[in-house]
Design a protein around this ligand. Structure first.
Ligand SMILES: [Zn+2]
Length: 370
């Protein structure tokens, strides 16, 4: 019989032996979130839980029951999100008590990839390391563990997440709930129709890669390395989010000095915008006071986000194929043809631009437009 790895299923003697032999503990975190008609709501917690147990089988250690509280959950049907302060209030005392209880390696493994949620968790694992110098605490997520793997490594409810659940809990997946058309789009599925792309083999290969990488990192702690919850984030954002936005050439509108125009994400993955660095019109930088972003797509809930409120805990998503609007009330732009360039920070770690020619219409002289 293999050594049990579920914290809630073992007796105290097993915990004491773990603390002596391999003082490693895993906290899987997920959420309940709509992932399309074909997947269970617990995809993220099921994936995190399964990967933690597979890693613990290699490294030793125990896995806590999955925590289903998460921030940044998409506002889609039947999903439940909590504020990042609630997530922190739950996670902070858990991590502290694990450190006080003698665990030297604490892995917070999120199956939920929202970058605001992960930012809060990374800060909490850093915090417990500051407080307990002998402890390594790492926040990670499956997509960053696989950032060096060829092929698709990240999506929502599509090939990647469907393949994981086909590997971990195949009885819960119903591919026939998806349209029998490779081109069909489904709410909550952010890539090609997984009925035609997902496979258990892919799920097993991705799980194996992620688990081996995490086991290697944990082994590094035993050899004196220190946990760093930010290095893999940079690798992941660079892999997934690089590539500029496109200015929608005929979308410009000027009125009373304000300018608004659209930017489109033509890439296969989301952009998580945490700042608008600059906006230039015909080479001259304009004032961004009062500027705002909107993304009216279903499931986003971003209508009018002031750029001064953006940050790593309050970023703005523009996903695959979506278009957002940038409005700058003090741009001082006049109707006509202009070259525009907007520069955005993604996930607090890299920059992209959106630049191009923009045809700007103006308000009618009466002052109102319809
Ligand atoms: Zn998910």
């Amino acid at each position: 019989m293999t050594d049990p790895t579920a914290y809630e299923m073992v007796r105290p003697a097993r915990v004491r032996r773990t603390l002596e032999e391999a003082p490693i503990v895993f906290l899987p975190i997920g959420c309940v979130e709509y992932h399309g008609p074909h997947l269970p709501l617990g995809v993220d917690m099921l994936t995190a839980d399964a990967m933690c147990h597979r890693t613990a089988e290699l490294t030793g250690g125990l896995v806590l029951p999955p925590l289903w509280l998460a921030a940044g959950v998409l506002p889609l049907p039947h999903s439940i999100t909590v504020d990042a302060t609630v997530l922190r209030a739950a996670v902070r005392p858990i991590l502290r008590q694990l450190a006080e209880g003698g665990f030297k390696t604490i892995i917070v493994f999120s199956g939920h990839g929202a970058l605001d949620h992960l930012h809060a968790l990374r800060e909490e694992t850093d915090r417990v390391m500051d407080r307990f110098p002998g402890v390594n605490a790492l926040t990670t997520v499956w997509n960053e563990l696989n950032a060096g793997m060829p092929g698709d490594i990240h999506d929502h409810g599509a090939k990647v997440e469907t393949s994981y659940i086909m590997e971990f809990h195949p009885e819960t997946v119903d591919l026939t709930a998806l349209e029998d058309d490779p081109e069909a789009e489904h709410v909550g599925v952010y890539a090609a129709n997984p009925r035609f792309t997902a496979s258990r083999e892919r799920g097993a290969a991705m799980a194996d890669h992620a688990v081996r990488r995490l086991a290697g990192i944990i082994e590094g702690f035993a050899a004196g390395e220190r946990a760093d919850s930010w290095v893999m984030l940079r690798e992941l954002v660079d892999r997934l989010q690089s590539g500029d936005l496109e200015v929608v050439a005929d979308s410009g509108f000027a009125e009373g000095g304000s300018l608004r125009f659209d930017l489109h994400n033509p890439h296969g993955q989301s952009k998580y915008i945490t700042a608008v660095r600059s906006l230039t019109i015909d080479g001259a930088e304009v004032d961004l006071t009062g500027a705002a972003l909107s993304n009216p797509s279903v499931g986003e809930g971003h209508t009018d986000t002031g750029v001064d409120r953006l940050g790593p805990l309050s970023g703005f998503y523009v996903r695959r194929g979506q278009t957002m609007t940038l409005e700058a009330p003090r741009a001082g732009a006049a109707p006509g043809f202009h070259d525009v360039e907007a520069v955005f920070t993604l996930a607090d770690v890299m920059e992209i631009a959106g630049r191009g020619g923009l045809q700007v219409r103006g308000a009618a002289l009466s002052g109102h437009h319809s």
